[in-house]
Each structure stands twice: as structure tokens, then as C-alpha cells.
Design a protein. Structure first.
Lengths: 704, 399
């Protein structure tokens, strides 16, 4: 240890520690610009100059090392004169007008100007005349605002080891850029954003950043986009390192169905993945799947949180993803949980909606078993009709009954023989029951469920399958890959159609359609459809499947207040899932309509937390399963990084997959998985970088 | 036996003893005894936990490259010196820097460098990255080799007025090397002196880059300073505020002065910025390059004031203050001047008095030499009344 004195204040600090850091940590503000806590000291900006007793010349505090007896002064007239001159010089090459800068109010340089108050009007000002570089993905460079503090250069070289940014000189102007001014992608930038993070001015900026959410959410959009906020960059890193148990444990910290999600998640994360700006989004779902399939469970099996029994009893109506998730976490909070499932097996829409060629039933069974092993009781063939009566036996009830009642449009011919409903159809297939399917099928609807129906019909042997929907092709709600794969399998897709009538006298003979010219919504969210005149046409069929939505299979007789679309009314979709009856909660599709498995899981987690609080617990269902370690910030160089293409899963050709219910998508293979995981930009690394110390944070040293 | 062979035949301690006995000093701006330089570097090396290394180069501030002659003529000697230093420091890393403006030297020295396992790079030495390395001036390296050939003699290398590089004994006076007859100023290394200081020895004068120029009354100190600052600006790597922005401001002010837009404040501002620069940068680039301007405003304040207040360049160099005109009573209308004018700004026809269009004229003076009649006059004073339209030779009336 060394005893040093700064402006008369004595500090005990480690020998050789950076004096500027000593001062800042002790609450003594010394202005600084090129210094950054996470980077090596440079001493080029001269803002942190100080006087050392016994030395003639001033020196920079950031390059000064603590030694016993060191006495420094940070505010002598000489120090302040040189500091002012340094800032005055620094500003001659910086735009004078702050108000047009995107960093206004957030800029370290601006704050230094306010603190130091340099002289103005004496020196020659200049505009550097660089063209702002906007042609790179994600990162924007405006070298006119650069004051050459060199933080980005050190961040890129020392902190990350990517070594893309460096000082360059053109004519007489020094600037920061890539060698030969190559595009970042061509220079093998890894788009980690460290340069953006450390830039004190508006020079290196994020091109797209959601300003409306918290910074950590904006910086890691995949994690924020995931309804359950799965820590995606963290598990991708584990997969990259071949640590599949760790990866699966990270996923399991948020969701109890890693493998099922790995097969069928709607992956909103991928839609927000920043990598898509560079070339293609990460294949997050397939990475998750790989981790789940290669997980031995060593980190979580029997190791998660299990609070002692509380003596409270909870009944969950519905064994779908929402109900199972809620039951799992409620059990972990120590409550006795019973699931009452109406159908013969648990799984809900995962087992009775999603066809088995997309989600093999063994996966559901395996993941449900984990929940049962945790101590959750599951009763099957036990439909809950009167939830209120359950309160006699249970302390709380959760209605997670999903949406198992398909919608039959009230149109001409909708009651004919040969008209069937999506949910009934898919459930019958899953149960192995008769479906009443003919040879020529028209599916009405354009969502994922419609495609499930059409492709299931194909696998049942239908000869001609059409799918028609009101939306134009680009507005269809089904995933693109679903639409494309269906077309590959020979299903005819007809977007932008109105369903005029189902024809036939006793049995269906087909459907009359008209082309849609435009389809919009008015301010009351009512559809406005303009049809193309004279476009009426007919498609022959012996079977029509309605796939235009599904609703909870519940009536007012159940004693709960219902809302729009027959949903169970709750106080607030997220914050308060209590229904009109005290003690009864609701979650999942039953409250917000058909969404996705991941949404249902999050809704179930939230419900578990709220019910736990209702039962006297703290509502904290979080758990840590994978060892938490600081990810390696030194990511190094990776030639061709920006051009590395998204690895594709192995998918059976259409002729091999259309006739059976076995899985056809085999995910990403072993030889590709590491490369795919290696494509991740690791946006979360940026959150490790220390925040700058601003004089506003040092209340005492504020000069009035 | 080569110098290196002689050195490695001895133990490290013996080598250090021999260097100490020779009294060898680091050449150039950072004068200190070589043994101390080794000690400091190795201490830094331990503190920073870095691998030791040897880096040889000119001083960063050196924009003249005069001393590169030593590398050019005896590359192996320099390489041997570097290798001996590496032996003492226990270093594997050996680097030789050559300035960007002499990049063609790269090919010349490459074979010798390869022979000794020395990496050759172009550009300035990064002082921060070279922490823990022994930094040697090229000349020091050569002299170190001489120590082990027992041929070392202390001396200063000087190129007088751009002439060949010669080695002068330390006690040589400036006036022994150069004719001080017409001198207005002495430019020695990075500084200026007055002619009466010509009795200084070359060692005292700090001719650290080998440059000794005697400026006559026909040369303008402001203009020379401006050129020197422009060269420094070009050379500066631009990472440090004071070097980058300070040089820019100094250069800007000197340029404004030479172009007739100078202000009196510039003198004080030059001092303020120049002095701050000398203590605010880590390498000689910033520390030394402002000194030219500092010595110039200090010693030649009158010349500066003349430029700024009287709008006059006493040397007649700064073209903004110079006028060129054709004396109407001497012009014979031959047209030689119009033919040679690169700007095509002389109007006239045979047997008519020729006229210069001031607007386009850049005062190159080619016409002055072309005129056999001696009619074209360069002046820093007033221009007499001239014809404003084409007038036949002999017909122009002065009044």
C-alpha cells in the first residue's frame, strides 16, 4: 500500500495504482477524456494534468503510478491553464454546435466543456470535412466529431483483440478508421459495439438502437425480444465452446421446455438479432435445439431451486405450456400442485395442435416428466367445468385452458357436411381418430395453424390441397419457412382471397372466392376489404377446413367473467392475472388468444410468481442453474466473420416428408453448430464495459 | 573481427564496462550516457512486465533525414550496434525505424537487417508501445559498433547548408564550418541563433539532426519557420492533442503572417502554445517541433512585427508583400516576358508596353529573368504609376 495526498486529502491506495483511478474512486474528480477504466492509460488528451510536488513539470494523472509519499495538486493555476489550453486546442477541430449532435446531453466532451470552460475565439477553427460513413451495418462513423481520444482504438485492439480500428492519416488530418478505409465487414469487424460504447462523443454511434427501452435491453435485442428473456448470447457462447450442459442450463433458467422450443419456437429473437444487419440473423432456435438435444442434465437435474413445502395447494386447469410452466415453478416455490388436463395426455397445443412431424411427442413426454419429477401431480381426462368449486379444496386455481375451440365463420355453407374445424381436425389426428377428411381439401386461413392443417392433410393422403386467406402474401401471419415448405410439398397457396361461400347442397363441393384488391383496418380495427370486380372464381373440394382462429373452450357458466374473443378476463395481461373470482388466476392463450409456446411459458411463469405472492411467498421464481462466469471480452480476430453464412438445418426433401408424420427437420448438424454459434456478435459483452465517470457524479467537487 | 563478434566475446558486464569507459552518449535530442539509458529501459521493462527490446531510429521530430546518410553508407555498422545493444539488454526484439519520407531506404537496408534479424518498419516510433525498450538514435547504434571496433571518436555530424554530411569534433565552432559573412540567422538543429553566436561550438549549438543552415538577409525567418512547421505537421502521427492541434495552430499563424494577414496576438499565442507543447507530449515530435517557432519569435521579433504591422517582408521572400511590375519607360515590347509567363497573365503585343495582371500573377519571377531590357522590377516598396491600357513603346506619360 502507498499513502498519497491529492489536494490535501490523504488516501491509502495500492502501490503503482493509476492515480487518476485512485482519485475518482475516492470521490475526487479530475477531468479526463482519453482515459477509460477498462483501457490502458494513454495520456494524450492532457485533461487530467496534475502537479506533483517536487517535480517541475505537470504530468497526466492517468499515467502516474501511486507511490508512497506522492503529493499531487489537481487545481493549481498552472494545471488549470494547461488544461484549458488543451481543451481549447482539442475543440478547434470539433464542430461548434452541440445542439445538432445526436449525442447532445449525453456527451462526455460537452460535459468537460461545461466543467472546464475553455477560452473561445482565439484559435483557428476548422471543419475536418470527412464524409460521415453510413454504409456500414450497425455502426456509424462521423469522424468530424472525433477528438482522437483513441478509446475506440484501444477497445478494438486491447479489449477485444479484433484489431480493426486504428489511427489513420490522410493529408494532414489524423482520424480513426480501418486500414485503407475498408468497410468494417471487409476489415473483419466483429460488430461487438465496444467502440460505440467507449466513444465519448457522437463520433461512433449505433445506427439502430431502440431508445424507448432500458439500455441493456436495447443493446441485446434478442434477449429482450424473447418473451421469457432467455439469456441468448450466454447460451450461444456455451454452445460455441461445446458446453451443451451449460447452455441447456442457461435455457432452463427461464423455460422448462428447451427441446420443444428448439423445434417449434416462433423465435421472435431471430427477428431482432442484430446479426441480420450484417448478413443473416443467427439461427437461435436451432442452436437451442442442439443444446437441448445434447444436454445430459448434469447441471440442473435435481439441482434447481426447491423451497420447502408451504402446505398450500394449487390446482392448474390445463396441462399446456402455460399450465405446465406455472405448475413447475409453483411446485419449486413449495406449493402442492395438481394439473387437471382435459385430454388423455398433457402438452396442450404442443401435443394436440402442433403436428408430430414438427414436434415429436416423445420430446413433450420427456419434458413433462421433468415437471412431474419435481412433484407436480397430473390428472388427465379431467376437464374443469366449475373452477370456483376447486377453491374448496385448493388455495388457488390457475386457468390455463388454452384455446381449443376453433372458429367456424358464419358464412353460407359453413354448416355443410365436409366442413371441419382446425382444432377438431388436428386433435383427432393426434388422438388417432377419424377426421372425415376427403381427397380435395381447401384450408381457409393464413396462419401457422392453417399450414399445420394443410400439411397434416397432405400427410393423411389428401390428393389436392389448397390454402386460401384474406391477407396478401407478405401480410400472412404464418412463418415464411412454413409457407415455403408447404408449397414445396405441393400445397397451393392463394393469398388475398375473400371467402364468398362454401358451395354444395348437402356435402361440400367447393368454395367461391374473389380476389382482394386492398385489405386495411380502420381506426376501430375493423377490416375494410375492397374486392376486385368480376374476379369471382371457384375451387372444387370435398373438404373445407376452417383455420381462422381458435378460442378458449369456456362459457359464462364456468362462473368467470369473459372478454373479447371468449377469453378469460384478467385485471392485467402481465401485471395482474387475477380473474373476476378471487383466488382464480388465468394465463396463456386463454387470456390473450392464440400466440405461441414461448408466450405461454412466460405467461405461466408470471402467473406462478403472482400466485406465489398471493399464497404468501416472495414471488421470486428466478434460479441460477449454469455457473455464472464473466464471458471472455477478448474475442480476437476472425477472418471472413461478417460474411459467414447462416448454417441451414438438414431438412428432408418434400418427396420424402409428405407422406408420414415423422420429423423432417433434423436441425443443424454437429459439424456446423460451432460455426453457427460463432457467428454471434455477442452484443451483451458491451454491457461489461464500465460507465464513464462524469463530474456530475461527484457532488462535492461540483464548482458553483 | 566485427564489432558484434568482439562484443559477444565479452560478458555482458564487460560490455557495459567498455561502454561506460568510452563515455558514449545517446545521440540527438535525448542526451544521456548510454549505460544509464540501458538501466532506465530495463527498469521500465521490469515495471511494465514486458519483454525487453531495442528500437533504433532517428528522433521522431527529425524531418530532415540528414543523419540517415550514416545508415545509407554503413548499414551493417548500425545493425551491429543494434545487435550489441540487444545483447546487453537480453532482447530478442530488434527494430529499426526509417521515416516515411525515406521509405525507399527500406530496400537498401533490408539485406543487412535480415542478416542481423532486425525488423525494419517505416514511420515514427510509438513511444508508449516502446515502453521498456532501449531506444537508440541511429547514430548511437553506429557509434556503439565503433566502440567495439575501437574506432569511436566523439563528434557531431553536420551538413552545412545542405552539403555533404561531415563529422566535426565537438569543439569545432560554427564559424569554422560556415561563412558567417552575410548571415542573418543560424539555423542549427531545431533552433535559431543570431550570427554573433557563431562562436559557439557545434556541441553547444545542439545540432541534433545534423542540420546547420546559415540564413542570409535574403531569407525570411517567418517563411522558413512556416516551412519547418508544415513538415512537422505532416510528420506528426496526430495522436496527442498538443502535437496535432498545436502544430496546426502554430503553422496556421505563421502562414497567415507570411501572407499578410498576421495579427500581433499571434506572437504571444505562438509562445503560449509553443511553450505548452514542449512539456505536454511524450515524444520529441511535439516537444521539439514547436521550438523552431519559439526561437524565431524570440530572436526575430522585429522581422515578425515588420510582417504584421508594416505588411513588409524585409527579405522580400513572402510573395504577398512583393510586387512585380514592368517599368513602362524601359519595356521594349519584345514579348519575351509574355511568352515565358506560366500564368499567362502578361498582356501586350509587339512594340507595345507590356502589362502584368496582378490578379493572376503568382510572383514566380520567371519574367524578370527573361527580360533582356531589365524592365521587370520586383519590389517590396511602392509601385509607380503604370499604363492602364495598351500603349506604344515610348508613348507612356508619367504624369
Amino acid at each position: 500500500m502507498a499513502v498519497i495526498t491529492i489536494d490535501g486529502k490523504t488516501l491509502d491506495v495500492p502501490e503503482n495504482k493509476n492515480v487518476l483511478e485512485c482519485a475518482l474512486e475516492a470521490g475526487i474528480y479530475i477531468p479526463h477524456l482519453c482515459h477509460h477504466k477498462d483501457l490502458s492509460p494513454l495520456g494524450s488528451c492532457r485533461m487530467c494534468v496534475v502537479e506533483v510536488e517536487g517535480e517541475d513539470q505537470v504530468t497526466t494523472a492517468c499515467t502516474l503510478k501511486a507511490r508512497d509519499g506522492l503529493r499531487i495538486h489537481t487545481k493549481t493555476p498552472e494545471v488549470e491553464r494547461l488544461r484549458m489550453l488543451a481543451l481549447e486546442l482539442l475543440l478547434t477541430g470539433h464542430p461548434e454546435d452541440c445542439s445538432t449532435c445526436p449525442k447532445y446531453g449525453n456527451c462526455e466532451l460537452q460535459m468537460l466543456i461545461q466543467y472546464i470552460g475553455p477560452k473561445t475565439g482565439r484559435l483557428k477553427m476548422r471543419t475536418k470535412g470527412f464524409r460521415p460513413k453510413e454504409e456500414n451495418p450497425l455502426i456509424l462513423h462521423d469522424m468530424n466529431r472525433c477528438v482522437l481520444c483513441g478509446r475506440c482504438v484501444r477497445a478494438c485492439n486491447e479489449l477485444r483483440g479484433v484489431k480493426v480500428l486504428n489511427y489513420q492519416k490522410k493529408e494532414m488530418e489524423t482520424y480513426v478508421g480501418t486500414l485503407h478505409d475498408k468497410l468494417l465487414k471487409d476489415a473483419d469487424c466483429r460488430f461487438c459495439g465496444a467502440c460505440v460504447e467507449v466513444c465519448p462523443t457522437g463520433t461512433i454511434r449505433d445506427k439502430v438502437l431502440n431508445q424507448e427501452v432500458k439500455k441493456e435491453d436495447a443493446v441485446v435485442p434478442c434477449r429482450y425480444a424473447c418473451p421469457a428473456h432467455t439469456d441468448i448470447p450466454r447460451y450461444i457462447r456455451h454452445v460455441k465452446n461445446g458446453e451443451y450442459d451449460e447452455a441447456a442450463a442457461v435455457i432452463r433458467e427461464k423455460v422448462p421446455f428447451p427441446n420443444a422450443l428448439g423445434h417449434i419456437c416462433t423465435h421472435t429473437c431471430e427477428l431482432e438479432c442484430k446479426r441480420k444487419e450484417v448478413n443473416e440473423a443467427m439461427s437461435i432456435r436451432d442452436i437451442k435445439r442442439y443444446a437441448a438435444e445434447h444436454d445430459t442434465g448434469s447441471l440442473w437435474k435435481g439441482k434447481g431451486k426447491q423451497l420447502p413445502d408451504t402446505g398450500k395447494k394449487v390446482c392448474v386447469a390445463g396441462g399446456g405450456p402455460a399450465g405446465l410452466t406455472a405448475a413447475y415453478y409453483l411446485r419449486k416455490q413449495g406449493h402442492a400442485v395438481t394439473i387437471k388436463e382435459a385430454l388423455p395426455t398433457p402438452g396442450g397445443m404442443m401435443a394436440y395442435g402442433i403436428p408430430s412431424y414438427r414436434l415429436p411427442r416423445e420430446i413433450i413426454a420427456d419434458e413433462v416428466k421433468v415437471i412431474e419429477d419435481q412433484g407436480v401431480q397430473i390428472e388427465v381426462n379431467a376437464k374443469v367445468e366449475k373452477p370456483e368449486e376447486l377453491l374448496k379444496e385448493y388455495d388457488a386455481v390457475l386457468m390455463a385452458i388454452g384455446g381449443h375451440k376453433g372458429v367456424r365463420l358464419p358464412m353460407e355453407g359453413s354448416g355443410l357436411n365436409g366442413v371441419i374445424i382446425n382444432t377438431d381436425f388436428l386433435r383427432a389426428v393426434s388422438l388417432g381418430n377419424e377426421t372425415g377428411l376427403g381427397k380435395k381439401v381447401i384450408v381457409l386461413g393464413g396462419g401457422n395453424v392453417a399450414f399445420d392443417c394443410a400439411r397434416t392433410a397432405k400427410r393423411l393422403g389428401a390428393e389436392e390441397i389448397h390454402l386460401a386467406c384474406l391477407e396478401a402474401r407478405d401480410a400472412m401471419t404464418a412463418d415464411d419457412e412454413e409457407i415455403e415448405q408447404a408449397q414445396e410439398e405441393g400445397i397451393f397457396v392463394h393469398p388475398a382471397q375473400t371467402f364468398e361461400r362454401i358451395t354444395g347442397t348437402d356435402h361440400v363441393t367447393g368454395v367461391d372466392f374473389m380476389n382482394v384488391k386492398s385489405f386495411t383496418f380502420d381506426e376501430n380495427r375493423r377490416a375494410i376489404i375492397e374486392k376486385e370486380e368480376g374476379s369471382e372464381h371457384h375451387i372444387d373440394a370435398d373438404t373445407v377446413i376452417f383455420a381462422v382462429g381458435q378460442r378458449p373452450d369456456i362459457t359464462e357458466e364456468a362462473g368467470l367473467e369473459l372478454g373479447r374473443g371468449n377469453s378469460i378476463k384478467v385485471n392485467d395481461m402481465e401485471q395482474d392475472k387475477a380473474t373476476s373470482v378471487p383466488g382464480i388466476f388465468a394465463a396463456g392463450d386463454a387470456i390473450y388468444g392464440t400466440k405461441s409456446v414461448i408466450m405461454a411459458i412466460e405467461s405461466g411463469r408470471e402467473a406462478a410468481s403472482q400466485i406465489d405472492r398471493y399464497l404468501g411467498g416472495d414471488g421470486d421464481i428466478s434460479e441460477i442453474l449454469a455457473p455464472v462466469k464473466k464471458p471472455e471480452p477478448y474475442i480476437g480476430q476472425c477472418p471472413g466473420f461478417g460474411y459467414a453464412q447462416r448454417k441451414q438445418p438438414a431438412i428432408d426433401p418434400p418427396e420424402d416428408r409428405g407422406s408420414h408424420f415423422g420429423p423432417f427437420d433434423h436441425g443443424i448438424c454437429e459439424s456446423d453448430i460451432c460455426a453457427e454459434a460463432g457467428r454471434c456478435l455477442q452484443c451483451d459483452l458491451r454491457l461489461q464495459i464500465s460507465r464513464p465517470s462524469l463530474w456530475g457524479d461527484f457532488a462535492e467537487s461540483k464548482e458553483v | 573481427m566485427s564489432a558484434l563478434e568482439n562484443a559477444v566475446g565479452l560478458s555482458k558486464e564487460q560490455v557495459i564496462e567498455k561502454i561506460k569507459a568510452s563515455g558514449l552518449q545517446e545521440y540527438g535530442l535525448c542526451r544521456e550516457t548510454l549505460t544509464r539509458r540501458f538501466e532506465n529501459a530495463l527498469k521500465e521493462c521490469r515495471e511494465e512486465e514486458k519483454e525487453p527490446g531495442v528500437v533504433a531510429a532517428l528522433n521522431n521530430a527529425d524531418t530532415s533525414g540528414v543523419l540517415l546518410e550514416i545508415l545509407r553508407s554503413e548499414p551493417e555498422k548500425v545493425m551491429e550496434g543494434i545487435s550489441i545493444a540487444a545483447y546487453v539488454a537480453g532482447a530478442d526484439k530488434k527494430v529499426l525505424h526509417i521515416p516515411e519520407y525515406e521509405a525507399q531506404l527500406f530496400e537498401t537496408v533490408k539485406p543487412a537487417a535480415e542478416k542481423y534479424g532486425i525488423e525494419v518498419v517505416t514511420g515514427l516510433v510509438n513511444i508508449r508501445e516502446s515502453k521498456g525498450c532501449v531506444l537508440l538514435h541511429l547514430v548511437t547504434a553506429a557509434q556503439l559498433a565503433e566502440v567495439f571496433l575501437d574506432t569511436y571518436e566523439k563528434g557531431i555530424y553536420v551538413s552545412v547548408n545542405g552539403g555533404n554530411l561531415q563529422k566535426a569534433a565537438c569543439s569545432t565552432k560554427i564559424s569554422d564550418l560556415a561563412d558567417m559573412g552575410e548571415a542573418k540567422a543560424i539555423q542549427a538543429g531545431y533552433r535559431y541563433y543570431l550570427p554573433e553566436q557563431g562562436e559557439m561550438t557545434v556541441e553547444e549549438a545542439r545540432i541534433d539532426n545534423g542540420v546547420l543552415n546559415i540564413l542570409s538577409e535574403k531569407e525570411c525567418v517567418v517563411c522558413e519557420t512556416e516551412k519547418q512547421l508544415a513538415a512537422s505537421r505532416k510528420q506528426s502521427c496526430g495522436k496527442c492533442v498538443f502535437c496535432r492541434e498545436g502544430l496546426l495552430q502554430l503553422h496556421h499563424m505563421q502562414k497567415e503572417i507570411t501572407e499578410g494577414r498576421g495579427k500581433m496576438e499571434f506572437i504571444d499565442l505562438t509562445k503560449e502554445i509553443g511553450e505548452a507543447m514542449t512539456i505536454s507530449t511524450p515524444c520529441t515530435m511535439g516537444q521539439e517541433s514547436s521550438k523552431t517557432a519559439l526561437w524565431a519569435v524570440e530572436l526575430f521579433e522585429e522581422e515578425y512585427k515588420s510582417h504584421i504591422k508594416k505588411k513588409n517582408c524585409p527579405a522580400g521572400v513572402c510573395s504577398s508583400f512583393v510586387n512585380i511590375y514592368i517599368n513602362p519607360s524601359a519595356c521594349e515590347g519584345c514579348g519575351e516576358c509574355a511568352d515565358i509567363c506560366p500564368k499567362d497573365c502578361i498582356e501586350g503585343k509587339p512594340k507595345y508596353i507590356h502589362m502584368i495582371d496582378d490578379f493572376d500573377c503568382d510572383k514566380c519571377g520567371k519574367c524578370i529573368d527573361a527580360c533582356d531590357a531589365g524592365a521587370i522590377i520586383r519590389t517590396t516598396g511602392k509601385v509607380p504609376k503604370l499604363p492602364n491600357r495598351l500603349t506604344k513603346v515610348g508613348k507612356f506619360k508619367k504624369h
